[in-house]
Design a protein around this ligand. Structure first.
Ligand code: ATP
Ligand code: MG
Length: 654
């Protein structure tokens, strides 16, 4: 620990710095303060205007919102559109066919440049192939793929046919894939032989074979993209190679136009708090809000920006901010197949330099990992093209926020901390980069057109300075339309806790300015001797200590205090092995930061934390460990071996 690093820490202990946009930034920003005014004056009129301006409708809608069958919403009633036409064809028709849609970077270093004109042909070919395989409007298609262009092409081909897709993260097991294929009764599975991960070809197709061997009567065919060229078993009559079918198909396909409420996709939530839910999204409202937020939150200038969202498409962020929002806006994007550390820990920054990425959207977990690897790695690359930085997935610890701004953003790029969920479909709470004076660690304000609040147990809005539950008080265009095949669970999960409000399941507080701070899942809130403690705050306190790289906090049953705070920490290299002195130091640090009540009763040093594909910590599994129970369902972890690693490590330490 150098003196300078320790001095940096002092500043962060209570991070009160504010970062206003520069006048030059605000000057050129697509969104100014008038957006809030316009939305406040006439909210539905505002959305209707956004929808007409941002999308191309084949038949104009007659009503903006029908909420008579609440909580089942209909947006842009009577309108007809084709989502894929909006994302691809219309850009070509407008003369932008030569604009790059994707700079694809494979993990081994292979690259492809795909223009909007190329994309139009590829999507038409895939749509024709699916059609030939009997996919009709309304049929479901499962997509189980690495992060390659064909994944996006497959999604758009489904959208073009009005066949809802269900993308299943390529890291999931055959079991997880099987249950999702059954739940959605998918007709076709689109997959690949494999993908490249950490320097080697990792097979995908065998998991599809295993899933289908468990019985999946709805599936008639499997379409297989050749990516790694590894040996792959093909079942005669069922399995087809993409290059032999799509590769040979016609590039002409005339889109049909579908009702605004036509289902676009089903996507299962991460399962951090329970059994995954099949979230249903539809067309017109979803595309309106994803394109609106993508444009305004990231200050998109489609002619000049190069945008990169690092999310896997198996996560909602990949749907809304690597596919639908950016493509509807005619964006040039980077698509990268692999991990940030392959073949070296500077790979992401090398990609930023190579493509002159100007807008980067990633998750706090990735930022903390890069922080742990050290400032000298990004310092080797030219990151000066970056002008907007986004964060999503969990609260960003102030420490990580400031690092992101300084080391990656050159102390000038505004950070947008975006709060939303699979269920909300698009960003809901976030600064606007040319308007908002940002606060490290807070998502701050509902976007223009969005109504959010923090309420107490009785559903009454809390005063500034108070804490409670995050709710959405008005319907929004990209809201989920239900849980697939389960309307009761939809009402029960989101609409029964408070009357006429959507319950997000997150704890939050309003600060003195009325800005919103997210505090973690309501399910994770701890109750220690009658005090309600937030996981996020204690974790941020731990991460603000120079010896800690990552932290996860849970409340474990405790005879004396009801619940006791148990922390799992990953130490930084310099901290040694985490002997009793370090543990004591961390406990004292949390006590100083938040108060004695928040001091963890136990701190366990671990090498990894259990995370979902979107980098969220699965605290329920850690609670199982802390309470010495058998560990629950871990099938949606990005790496399922982590729990074994943690338990073995803890046994060895005893
Ligand atoms: P499940 O509902 O099955 O547990 P999940 O909620 O993890 O799955 P997602 O929809 O990907 O699946 O995650 C949404 C959640 O992520 C939000 O409810 C919130 O807890 C968290 N989140 C996302 N962005 C932010 C943010 N900017 N700040 C704080 N929390 C965030
Ligand atoms: Mg959730």
């Amino acid at each position: 620990m150098t003196e300078q690093e320790t001095a940096g820490l002092e500043n962060l202990l209570h991070e009160n710095r504010r970062f206003a946009p520069s006048p030059e930034f605000s000057e050129q920003a697509v969104a100014g303060p008038e957006l809030y005014e316009a939305a406040a004056t006439d909210r539905l009129g505002f959305w209707a205007r956004q929808s007409r301006e941002l999308l191309s409708w084949d038949t104009a809608f007659t009503d903006t919102l029908d909420w008579t069958d609440a909580p089942f919403a209909k947006w842009f009633v009577g309108g007809k559109l084709n989502v894929a036409y909006n994302c691809v064809d219309r850009h070509v028709e407008a003369g932008n066919g030569n604009r790059v849609a994707f700079h694809f970077e494979g993990e081994p270093g292979d690259t492809r440049t795909i223009t909007y004109a190329d994309l139009q042909k590829e999507v038409a070919k895939a749509a024709n192939t699916l059609k030939n395989l009997g996919v009709n409007t309304g049929d479901r298609v499962a997509i189980y793929m690495p992060l390659i262009p064909e994944t996006v092409i497959a999604m758009l081909a489904c959208a073009r046919l009005g066949a809802p897709h269900s993308v299943v993260f390529g890291g999931f097991s055959a079991d997880a894939l099987h249950s999702r294929i059954l739940d959605a009764e998918a007709k076709i599975v689109i997959t690949a032989d494999g993908g490249f991960r950490r320097g080697s070809a990792s097979a995908l197709k065998p998991a599809v074979d295993a899933a289908l061997a468990k019985g999946a009567p709805s599936v008639s065919n499997v379409l297989v993209v050749q990516r790694t060229e590894q040996d792959t078993e093909m079942t005669e009559g069922r399995d087809l190679w993409w290059h032999e079918t799509v590769g040979e198909a016609s590039t002409q396909h005339t889109p049909e136009f579908f009702d605004s409420e036509h289902p676009l996709f089903i996507l299962y939530t991460s399962g951090t708090t329970g059994k995954p839910k099949g979230i249903l999204h539809t067309s017109g409202g979803y595309l309106t809000q994803t394109s609106y937020t993508h444009r305004n939150v990231f200050d998109l200038h489609p002619e000049t920006d190069v945008y990169w969202c690092t999310a896997d498409v198996g996560w909602v962020t990949g749907h809304s901010y690597s596919v639908y929002g950016p493509l509807a806006n005619g964006t040039t994007q980077v698509l990268y197949e692999g991990t940030p550390d392959s073949p070296h820990k500077g790979r992401w920054w090398e990609i930023v330099e190579k493509y002159k990425v100007s807008i980067l959207y990633t998750a706090p977990t990735a930022i903390r990992t890069c922080m742990k690897w050290g400032d000298d790695i990004p310092a080797q690359f030219d990151l000066s093209s970056l002008r907007v930085l986004g964060s999503v997935g969990e609260s960003i610890n102030p420490e990580a926020w400031v690092w992101y701004r300084k080391v990656i953003g050159g102390d000038k790029a505004p950070i947008v901390d975006t709060w939303w969920q699979t269920e909300t479909g698009a960003i809901m709470i976030s600064p606007l980069p040319g308007v908002t004076e940002t606060k490290p660690g807070s998502a701050q304000v509902p976007l223009p057109g969005i109504a959010a609040d923090v309420v107490d147990d009785e559903g009454r809005p809390v005063e500034n300075g108070g804490g409670g539950y995050l709710v959405l008080t008005e319907p929004w265009p990209s809201m989920l339309r239900g849980i697939w095949q389960d309307p009761e669970r939809f009402k029960e999960t989101y609409w029964s806790r408070f009357k006429d409000m959507y319950f997000a399941g997150d704890g939050a507080k309003k600060d003195e300015d009325g800005d919103i701070w997210l505090l973690g899942r309501v399910d994770d809130v701890m109750n220690v001797s009658g005090h309600r403690l937030s996981t996020t705050e204690i974790e941020s306190a731990l991460v603000s200590h120079p010896k800690v790289a990552e932290a996860a906090v849970v409340g474990a049953n405790d005879e004396t205090s009801g619940q006791a705070v148990v922390a799992f920490v990953i130490l930084r290299g310099a901290a040694g092995d985490g002997g009793p002195d370090v543990i004591q130091e961390l406990r004292t640090h949390v006590g100083n930061e938040i108060g004695p009540i928040a001091k963890p009763k136990r701190i366990l040093v671990v090498a990894e934390l259990p995370k979902t594909r979107s980098g969220k910590i699965m605290r329920r599994l850690l609670r199982d460990v802390a309470e010495n129970r058998e560990v629950g369902d871990a099938s949606t972890l990005a790496d399922t071996s982590v729990m074994d690693l943690i338990q073995t490590g803890l046994k060895d330490a005893k």
